[in-house]
Design a binder for this molecule. Structure first.
Ligand SMILES: Cc1cc2nc3c(=O)[nH]c(=O)nc-3n(C[C@H](O)[C@H](O)[C@H](O)COP(=O)(O)OP(=O)(O)OC[C@H]3O[C@@H](n4cnc5c(N)ncnc54)[C@H](O)[C@@H]3O)c2cc1C
Length: 401
């Protein structure tokens, strides 16, 4: 693999930097830089998506024929790196990184023509309805039922842990349309408008104080059959295809590199970097991060050739989330007493963050959000399929165990 950037790649990096200089306002930059969640404030994220879309960069890995930028693997990496360095708020992944690729892979021509442009503009904001109270790691026994009535499916049941259901206007759901010997059969992939009569959303507040998770109740919700993606009863194929993108469609390393650099900055300010034990921990994290970066470049290159992330998605999910959690531990240590104090101004996890507007040394303000980031990041090894399950997948598919 050739890791050297070509002249064309360098020109692209300059182009991205120029765009970020022009379009990333101070407010948007603050929303991206001072995040205590994996998600930026909703409004800021949407505003940034609109600006990216105007430049044709909202969906960097979608094919051009569907309105994507179809960037090369190196260009995607450069793009992610420049965005992370500049502090751009990340986009919510459920539409662009999950539902979009699933529709491109399995949707009908009409569905692609209708939904894809609306995902790009943000007019449709999606959430993901896979998990249920008794179906998480093992999703196949899911129960939310959908019964055919003329040209509609009538849906009754519940979905849980649904990120952004409180702001989304669409949900892609796995519903039970049939009972067979294998629970994976009889599942259908269905697109449901959140304003349908019979949909109720209840909040779930996380330990970090963040409210973006929810439980949704569906009470005889009527959904047109035209909203089925793929075949009735065969939704498991679409669901698994989508999960590969959820776990491996993007790179963790660019954002983590920026975070580790900031931890170094805080530790330098507080003098902790002079402690050889702490310096050794930072160096070890840097080595893990560089290994992850090379792995991601290799995996994304292979995925670009094969068209989908495959098993490497599971490896990247484990390495990326566990390193991210380790960085939150280092950040807490670097923050020292600044991370201990109760700082309500840093308390809007996942929402507008007031920290950039409070006085103080930059590194110390950064330190103040470390505890919330620590709490929030515990979820990383659970969502998108827990890391234990990813290890099972690798053991089975790669090691033949
Ligand atoms: C912050 C957050 C956001 C989420 N967002 C969404 C969302 O938007 N949409 C959605 O559909 N879901 C979402 N989820 C749900 C998430 O996908 C599930 O929590 C996850 O799949 C685990 O399922 P569970 O919670 O039912 O735990 P369980 O499946 O009950 O697992 C409990 C524990 O047992 C372990 N375990 C289970 N089975 C095995 C096994 N076979 N081998 C080894 N260990 C095992 C698990 O690793 C875990 O540690 C979210 C979860 C979180 C925490």
């Amino acid at each position: 693999m050739d890791l050297a950037w070509s002249d064309e790649d360098r020109r692209f990096a300059q182009e991205v930097r120029a765009f970020l200089d022009a379009e990333l306002t101070d407010e948007l930059r603050a929303a991206g830089q001072w995040m205590t969640s994996v998600y930026a404030d909703h409004e800021a994220g949407m505003e940034w998506q609109r600006r990216l879309h105007a430049r044709g960069w909202a969906a960097i890995n979608w094919p051009r024929e569907h309105g994507g930028a179809q960037l090369s693997v190196t260009q995607r990496f450069i793009f992610a790196r420049e965005c992370a360095l500049a502090g751009a708020p990340p986009l919510s992944p459920m539409g662009i990184a999950m539902c979009g690729p699933a529709l491109i892979g399995h949707g009908s021509a009409e569905q692609k023509a209708h939904y894809l442009p609306r995902i790009l503009t943000g007019e449709h904001f999606w959430c993901q309805g896979y998990s249920e109270p008794h179906a998480g790691s093992d999703l196949a026994p899911l129960k939310m039922k959908a019964v055919r009535d003329g040209d509609h499916l009538v849906c009754t049941g519940t979905k849980i842990w649904t990120t952004h259901a409180n702001v989304a206007n669409w949900i892609f759901c796995l519903v039970r349309t049939g009972q067979y010997d294998r629970p994976q059969l009889g599942i259908t992939f269905l697109l449901i408008p959140m304003d349908s009569p019979g949909v109720t959303v209840r909040p779930i507040v996380m330990t970090s104080g963040e409210h973006i998770q929810n439980q949704i109740f569906f009470d005889e919700v009527r959904v047109p059959l035209a909203n089925v993606v793929g075949e009735i009863d065969q939704g498991w194929t679409v669901a698994k295809y989508l999960l590969e993108f959820e776990r491996g469609g993007s790179a963790y390393a660019p954002g983590l590199q920026v975070r580790l650099a900031r931890i170094r900055e805080i530790a330098r300010e507080s003098g902790l970097l002079d402690d050889p034990l702490f310096a050794a921990q930072v160096a070890a994290a840097q080595v893990r991060l560089d290994v992850l970066e090379v792995y991601e470049l290799r995996a994304l290159t292979a995925a670009a050739r094969g068209g989908r992330p495959g098993l490497s998605g599971s490896v990247m999910k484990i390495l990326g989330t566990e390193l991210s959690q380790h960085l939150t531990e280092l950040a807490l240590e670097a923050a020292g007493p600044y991370g201990l104090a109760f700082q309500p101004e840093a308390g809007a996890a996942g929402g507008p963050n007031l920290i950039p507007h409070t006085p103080g040394v930059r590194g110390m303000r950064e330190a103040a959000i470390a505890p919330l980031k620590y709490l929030n990041d515990r979820a990383g090894s659970i969502y998108a399929g827990s890391n234990e399950i990813q290890r099972n997948i690798i053991a089975k598919a790669q090691l033949g165990l």
